[in-house]
Every structure is written in C-alpha cells, then in structure tokens.
Design a protein around this ligand. Structure first.
Ligand code: UD1
Ligand code: MG
Length: 464
C-alpha cells in the first residue's frame, strides 16, 4: 500500500469568475492557476502517479490541459458539483488505496512547496490537519473554530454574526488519515445554507467521533484563493512582484519593476538588464550580460550572453547566441537561430531560419526557411519568396555572400559561397560560388523624353 496521495479539487463551477473559461485554467501571468498548484505538489516530492485532479465544470478543457502537461496525473470526473465534500467522496476509489490523503483546493496558486511539505509531514499527527491563515478581510472564507484540543470549520454563509468576526480562516488544504476519513465521509450531509456537501464538515464529524483535528497558520499571501477576477488580478500582481524580487536578488537589473512582466518559468543570469516595458514569458532563458531593450516581448527565447536586444523586438521560440544584436523593431520566430555576433536590424522578420556567425540582416527584410552561412550581408529590402501558395521552400545562402538590396530569392534556391547578387535581382536559379547573380531587366534611357512630354517640367523650367 502506498503511503500518501494528493487530490486536487478542480471541478467547481467558479461561478464568481463570470467567465466561460474554467476557473483553474484562468491565467496568473502566463500560466493557468492549476499549473502552479500541480507543480507545487510535484516539487514537494509527490509523483504524478500519486496525484489525482477532480474535474467537472469545463472538465474536457481541464482534462486535456492536464493530460498534455502532466500526463501521469490521474483525472477523476465529478459530473455533478455538489460541493467539496461530494468531490472528495467521488474520488474515494483513488485515495482509499493509500494511508494518508492530502486534499487541496485547485485555486491556490500562491502556495509554496515548503507549506505543502509541512502539511505532508503533519499528516498522521491528527486524523485531520488543516492549514489556516489570518485574513485581513475574512469575506467568504470558512471560519476556524478552535476548541481546547480540536478544530472545526463553519462556512461563512452558515456562520453566526459572532463567528463571522473570526479572522482565522480555512485555506482549503487538508491532511487526512484515510482510515478515519472513510469512517465519517458518508455522514457528511448537505443540510446547510448552500445545500452542498462540505469537506469542511469532516472536522466536526471527526471531533464527534473522538478523532483528533488540528491546524497550523500560514501567511495570507500564500493561502489566498482565487474566486473573482479582482482576486485573480491581485494574485497575478503579487506573483509578478515575487518573481521580479527574486531575479533582482540574483543580480538582474530591472530598471523599472513597475512595467516589467516575467513569467514563472523564465530563467535569468546575473547582470542581465531589463529595460522598461518588457515582457518575458514561457521557458525563456537569458545569459549573463545581456540587455533586453524597452518594449520587447520574448516568449520561449533562448538568449545567450552579452546579447543586445535593442528595443521593440518580438522573439518567439528562437535562439540568439552570444553577442547577437537584434532590433529595434524586429520579429524573430519559429525556431530561428542567430549564431554568434550576427545581427537582425530594423523592420526585419526572421522565420525558421539560421543566420550564420557574424552575418547581418540590417534593414527591412524577410528571411523565411532560409539558412545563411557566416559573414553574409543582406542588403535592405531583401526577401525570401519561400511560399509558392502550397509549400514552404528553402533558401540557402553560403558563407561570405553579399546580397544586393532588394534581392528576391524565389525558393527553393541557392547562392554559393563568396557570391554577390546585384541589387534588385530576382534570383530564380542557383548562383555558383564566387559569382555575381544578376536577375533584373537592363535599364534603357530614352533621350529627350521629357521635352516631348508637355505634362512634365523640364530641368530648365524647374530652375526658374
Ligand atoms: C472553500 C472552503 C472554505 C475555504 C475556502 C478557501 C468548502 C465548503 N469551503 O470555499 O472553507 O475557506 O475554500 O479558499 O470547502 N470544487 C470541486 N467540486 C465541487 C465544489 C468545489 O472540485 O463540487 C473545487 C473548486 O474547483 C475549487 C475548490 O474545490 O478549486 C474550492 O471550491 P470553491 O467553490 O472555491 O470553495 P470556496 O467557496 O472558496
Ligand atoms: Mg475558493
């Protein structure tokens, strides 16, 4: 028999969010609430196999999110949401195989693994232990009633005016002795103002059966639940502040913390500088000495050391190696890799391309499905015509090439090492090594054309 399992309750309607998206999938920064809860469980040392998530309201969406991100966690359906007590009961086949059960509300994104570890280690001390906090405004939380050697919980809606004065509230985290819970769970009724089965009633039932109940207090900042859009905004603000404070303590310079957003999975090195109005999301990593300029948005970007993202760069799912420069105003996406010391400049879009070491794409260009060797210079306005309406085709430009301004590469096409293209060329066939590719109409000058054309001023008229 395994010792301990965790049940996360995420089947509730989340009525107070007033949203079509299930509550636990609402985002805190760039991740759904439920991810913080599950990762907290995993980082407290619980295996996915010993974790089950209850789904119900919006359950298909929640289920597919969880199976995609935590494929070994169990999904248990609670088809009718009759309250948290009913939820725990619905999962009985899962947890009754264990000795100890941790039950967590699915709407606790701020909880830390230290607190969960403490709850885990206290499992077994009592038949039920709960986490509480001193709420500044106890609002709709369940109130903690402390007896001499026991604890029980009265829901806000069922509490007397005196009980509502109590500021110590239930956080929604419980450690149960499974054998004891099995003895009382069927006695939970829905005889209360909400006609719901409350898991919180388990404590009074245990006290009546002379079992033991206890509680320990944790800070409110960790234990607040998310029930409304404004609570979601509060939690997001606190999470953002926590992440920024952490990175500053690791030697990251954040010039204006009021305007910077960094997601929870981002990893930064010391001496990274983040300028105002920057957003950094997903699994982005940034190496030491790099500067991320104002207005830039990075998602799943791999940024090396001493990279300079100048300003207003959007970088997605791409790599910028050491000493790369990018921006202002560039869009780098879909597995693009800029090798060391290369450069993507103003109004440049790079898609699924490799820009070789020291190569430059300085202005107004689109490189899609292209590979550039080292020390290539791309003239302004050059474009890979990579899409023929049906397929994406590749362009390969060798080392040390000099691409004249406004060259169109009609892909699939190749330019050999050391070659040049003439400005304005449409390159439709391979340019061999060390050659000049010219693909443009010859210029013709028509003499005295302006003199014959009365609508046009001549140079003499213009001088008057
Ligand atoms: C609950 C507690 C309350 C506590 C508060 C802490 C009960 C009866 N009350 O209230 O004492 O102070 O959390 O945040 O438990 N859920 C299900 N199935 C259901 C109902 C709910 O899975 O049938 C899930 C929800 O998705 C949610 C969690 O259980 O993740 C708690 O439900 P919620 O409606 O937020 O309970 P609160 O009213 O906040
Ligand atoms: Mg809640």
């Amino acid at each position: 028999m395994n010792k301990l399992c965790v049940l996360v309750m995420a089947a509730g309607k989340g009525t107070r969010m007033k949203s079509a998206t299930p509550k636990v999938l609402q985002p805190v920064l760039d991740r759904p609430i439920i991810d913080y809860v599950i990762r907290n469980v995993l980082s407290a040392g619980i295996n996915q196999e010993d974790l089950a998530v209850l789904v119900g309201s919006g359950g298909e969406e929640v289920e597919s999110h969880i199976t995609e991100n935590f494929p070994h966690a169990k999904i248990i359906w609670q088809h009718e949401q009759l309250g948290t007590g009913h939820a725990v009961k619905t999962a009985r086949d899962f947890w009754s195989e264990y000795e100890k059960l941790i039950v967590l509300n699915g709407d606790l994104p701020m909880m830390k693994s230290q607190s969960l570890k403490r709850l885990i280690s206290s499992a077994g001390e009592n038949d039920c232990t709960v986490i509480t906090f001193e709420a500044e405004n106890p609002g709709a939380y369940g109130r903690i009633i402390r007896g001499k050697n026991s604890v029980s919980i009265i829901e806000h809606k069922d509490a007397s005016p005196e009980q509502r004065e109590i500021h110590e509230v239930n956080a929604g985290c419980y450690a149960f002795n499974v054998k004891s819970l099995l003895e009382i769970i069927d006695s939970i009724t829905n005889k209360n103002s909400q006609h719901e089965y409350y898991i919180t009633d388990a404590l009074a039932l245990m006290n009546d059966a002379e079992m033991t109940t206890g509680a320990f207090i944790m800070p409110e900042s960790e234990m607040q639940g998310v029930n409304t859009q404004s609570e979601l905004a509060n939690v997001s603000r606190e999470m953002r502040q926590e992440i920024l404070t952490h990175w500053m303590s690791e030697g990251v310079r954040i010039v204006d913390p009021d305007t910077v957003y960094i997601g929870a999975d981002v990893i930064l090195s010391h001496d990274v500088t983040i300028m105002p109005n920057v957003q950094i999301w997903g699994r982005t990593r940034i190496g030491a000495g790099s500067v991320i300029g104002s207005g830039s948005i990075l998602t799943n970007a791999e940024i090396g050391e001493n990279v300079h993202v100048i300003a207003y760069a959007v970088i997605e799912n791409s790599t910028l190696n050491n000493h790369v420069k990018a921006g202002p105003f560039c869009y780098i996406r879909d597995n693009t890799c800029l090798e060391e010391k290369s450069f993507a400049g103003k109004f440049v879009e790079l898609k699924n391309s490799r820009i070789g070491e020291g190569s430059k794409v300085p202005h107004l260009s689109y490189m899609g499905d292209a590979t550039l060797g080292h020390d290539v210079n791309i003239g302004a306005g050059s474009i890979t015509c990579n899409y023929d309406g049906e397929h994406k085709n590749k362009t390969h430009i060798g080392n040390n090439c000099f691409i004249g301004s406004n060259t169109m590469f009609v892909a699939p096409v190749e330019v050999g090492d050391g070659s040049t293209t003439a400005a304005g060329s449409v390159i439709t066939q391979r340019v061999p090594e060390n050659s000049l590719g010219v693909g443009r109409a010859r210029q013709t000058n028509i003499a005295d054309w302006s003199l014959r054309n009365h609508n046009h001023k001549t140079t003499t008229e213009g001088d008057k």
